[in-house]
Each structure stands twice: as structure tokens, then as C-alpha cells.
Design a protein around this ligand. Structure first.
Ligand code: LLP
Length: 419
């Protein structure tokens, strides 16, 4: 949870008052702080790069806004992409194919061909994918995603590394995959795993690194191939709740790189942070449109809902909420913050102590930069909202607010129904 600057009881972001941004661009509105974005990237990257050569593959599923990607391209980031759409988005803002690693699951032939066609390296998820890839193209560098039997994450729905997961090649069979790749004329250069998303403890990262080092060493002993990289995936959590501790990424970097340096001959350490880089850079601004008391409960009704930020409804995720125009004021009453979607699950925040709210107030839902906009929808025929990038008192629109025309664009009514 980020602490923001304050001016006369008004919350500032990127040197601009949040209220001014809401008035200028409307609500709901995602506001991303460019300085925070650059800082997060530099912090995670330096935590590892001070010890050995690294590659930070930003997991762009967290936030694919072109301006956000452009900033990270300038910072020197690489990309973890999960679809051809993500690959092409990143190519469009200047990432070269050699900076992108494609990690798909249940990949279609068409998508596999398209990724190969772009010259992007594939991190193979299954034996069937391996064989289909070899039928399309040989001589390419590849890596494998192994199921490490180590799982971690903020919710069951985002734990990926446990045994019997839908992701990766079982650890027990991974050597067969490397052997078969060599026989099929592919060139294995890496090993990858992703334990899950939003974990807050260091231990699972140590365990997965151990597993990956074990695989790399067996590939070297049994096949005579020294892998170029070990990729531990993403999953570094952030403290969404004021009581949560931040993970010590410097310590994480020191421990994990030392393991790789001491116990293997692998030259590059790769990681795929998504949430860590973008989550706390962005707030979702939303206008208070109604205040209701019912059955002993008080609701603040706002114009943003799970169509804009689905994490609370989908994973019971905590996002801190503040009243922007009373930033720093003492809490006075307990509220649920509810959106306009016609479902009782459309609650952005439950049981929060806040200063007394009034119609017309502006709230900010914090830490909305990861899996906010990218998971938003047009449910209830609500156009997706606008996004702005702020820095040093300057604000640029980086995504226009959609219109109803955008919602309806691809729909057709057959002529025969128009009679
Ligand atoms: N690498 C791979 C292979 C992944 O599948 C993911 C996330 C990441 C990296 C990045 O994980 P991160 O560093 O962001 O935790 N929608 C959920 C999170 C889903 C994560 C899916 N995979 C949420 O809102 O919490």
C-alpha cells in the first residue's frame, strides 16, 4: 500500500491533485505514476543484477497498456508473453523478438506458428507442444516449463506450481523432454517454473530455485548441455494491506543468485515479475454517487465496479481505499464500498473505517495497476474506462474512455431479424 503526497487534505499523485485529474478526465479513471513504475523496475532488477547477469521478463499480462510497456522498454526490460496478442503488443512498442519469451498453455497450432514466425523463443509447456513445434520449425532455441511441485500464491486460483497443475511438464518427466528436444533438432537453453502469484514468503522461491538448479545440472550431466538461463517465473507479492510486510527483494535476489552461482554453471538468472512492477503504480479513481444505510450497514456507492477491477470479487482481494478529498483525515464510520454492477458480489471493499463520506466525494482504490485494466470488462454494457500517466505534474491520456459504439462495434443483427 503506497503512501501518497498530500496537499491541504487532497491526495496528490505524480504531483497532481487526484481531484483535478478526475475533473479533467472523468471517472472511473486509472492513474499510473510513471516515476513509481521506473523505480519499481529498477529496484527489482538491481536486487538481482548486482550479483550476476539477469533478465527481467516483465509479465505483461499484469498491465499491457502501450505507454506502460514503452516505459519498461526504455528501462531495458524483457517480456514474458502468454499469447500472440501480447507478443504483437510488445513488438509494437519497440521490444525486439529476442527480448520476449513466450510461455503459453494449451497453445493452438495457429498461435505456435505465429510465435515462431515472429522469431520469439518458446517456453514449452507439454510434450505435444514440443512435437508440434518441431514439426513447424527446427534449430530454434527453446526452454521448458517444469511443474516444480512447489506452489504459492494469494489465492488457490493463482497457485500454478503444485503437482498435478495444468501448467508445465511434470518434474518426473522433464529429462525425457530435454532428450526428445535434442533428438528433434531443437536447442534447449533454459528451464522455467512459475509457482504462483502474489506469494509473500521467500521459502517457495528458494525451493523452486533448488528444483530448477537440479534440472539444469541433470541436463548438463546427462546431455552435456549447459543451459543459458534459469527462470523462476513471477509471483513476488506486494503488501496490499497496511499490516502486511513488504518482501525483502534485495535479500531474495542475494539468496537466489548465490544458489545459482554456487550450485550450477548456468550464466543468467531470469525472473518474471508482473505485479511487483506495476501494482502500486496505479490508483483507480471513482466518484461517490450514493450513500445508503440499510440493515445496520452503510454503503458508499461509487461509479467503479468489478467491470473495472475484478480482483475483490474474483479472489476476495484486499485493495486499500481512501477518500481522496479527505486524505489523511481520521476514520469515523464503517462502510462497504459498492459499485454499479447488478450483482451483490460487486463490492470493492468490505468493512472499511473511513472518514464520513458524502455524495460527490472522490475515492481512490489503491494498488490497482496489476490485473486491473487488463481484467476489466464491458459487463452491464459499461464502456471500459480511461487511463492516464502522470509524472512531475504532467498528465497524459494513455487510454481513451470507450464509448457505447466501442461496446457495440463488432455486433451484428441478421437482416432477417430486422424485418
Ligand atoms: N510468469 C508466469 C508464467 C505467470 O503465469 C505469471 C502470472 C507471472 C509470471 C507473473 O506473476 P506476478 O509476478 O504478477 O505475480 N489475476 C491474478 C494473477 C494471475 C497471475 C497469472 N500468472 C490476480 O489478479 O492476482
Amino acid at each position: 500500500m503506497r503512501i501518497f503526497e498530500e496537499d491541504n487534505g487532497q491526495m496528490l499523485i505524480g504531483g497532481i491533485s487526484a481531484e483535478e485529474l478526475a475533473e479533467r478526465f472523468g471517472t472511473p479513471l486509472f492513474v499510473t505514476d510513471e516515476f513509481a513504475l521506473r523505480l519499481n523496475y529498477r529496484r527489482i532488477s538491481q536486487a538481482f543484477s548486482q550479483h550476476m547477469p539477469i533478465r527481467v521478463h516483465y509479465a505483461c499480462k499484469a498491465n499491457t497498456n502501450l505507454a506502460v510497456l514503452r516505459v519498461l522498454e526504455q528501462e531495458g526490460s524483457c517480456i514474458d508473453a502468454v499469447s500472440i496478442g501480447e507478443v504483437d503488443t510488445c513488438l509494437r512498442v519497440g521490444f525486439t523478438p529476442d527480448r520476449i519469451l513466450y510461455t503459453g498453455v494449451n497453445v493452438s497450432d495457429e498461435e505456435l506458428e505465429a510465435v515462431v514466425d515472429r522469431g520469439v523463443m518458446i517456453n514449452i509447456d507439454s510434450f505435444h507442444e514440443l512435437r508440434r513445434l518441431a514439426a513447424i520449425s527446427t534449430g530454434d532455441k527453446v526452454s521448458f516449463r517444469v511443474t516444480p511441485n512447489v506452489g504459492s500464491g494469494h489465492h488457490d486460483k493463482v497457485v500454478t506450481g503444485k503437482k498435478a497443475s495444468k501448467f508445465g511438464i511434470p518434474l518426473e518427466e522433464i529429462m525425457d523432454a530435454y532428450r526428445e528436444a535434442v533428438n528433434l533438432d531443437l536447442v534447449p537453453v533454459g528451464v522455467h517454473a512459475h509457482i504462483g502469484s502474489g506469494g509473500q514468503s521467500v521459502e517457495p522461491f528458494i525451493e523452486v530455485t533448488e528444483v530448477l538448479i537440479g534440472v539444469a545440472n541433470r541436463v548438463e550431466e546427462e546431455l552435456g548441455i549447459t543451459l543459458e538461463f534459469i527462470d523462476i517465473g513471477g509471483g513476488i507479492g506486494i503488501p496490499y494491506h497496511p499490516d502486511e510486510q513488504e518482501m525483502d527483494v534485495e535479500q531474495l535476489g542475494a539468496i537466489l543468485t548465490r544458489m545459482v552461482l554456487e550450485d550450477s554453471n548456468v550464466g543468467t538468472f531470469a525472473l518474471e515479475p508482473g505485479r511487483y512492477i506495476v501494482a502500486d503504480t496505479t490508483v483507480l479513481l471513482s466518484r461517490v454517487v450514493d450513500i445508503k444505510e440499510t440493515g445496520g450497514k452503510a454503503y458508499i456507492g461509487v461509479d467503479a465496479g468489478f467491470n473495472n477491477l475484478i480482483r475483490p470479487a474474483m479472489y476476495d482481494s484486499y485493495h486499500h481505499v481512501v477518500i481522496v478529498n479527505r486524505y489523511g483525515a481520521e476514520p469515523e464510520a464503517e462502510y462497504d464500498v459498492a459499485g454499479p454492477v447488478c450483482e451483490s458480489g460487486d463490492i470493492l471493499a468490505k468493512g472499511r473505517m473511513l472518514p464520513e463520506a458524502q455524495n460527490g466525494d472522490l475515492i481512490a482504490v489503491l494498488d490497482a495497476g496489476a490485473y486491473g485494466s487488463t481484467m476489466s470488462s464491458q459487463y452491464n454494457s459499461r464502456p471500459r474506462c480511461a487511463e492516464v500517466l502522470v509524472i512531475d505534474g504532467q498528465a497524459d491520456l494513455i487510454r481513451e474512455r470507450e464509448t457505447l459504439e466501442d461496446v457495440l462495434r463488432n455486433q451484428r443483427v441478421p437482416e432477417r431479424l430486422m424485418q
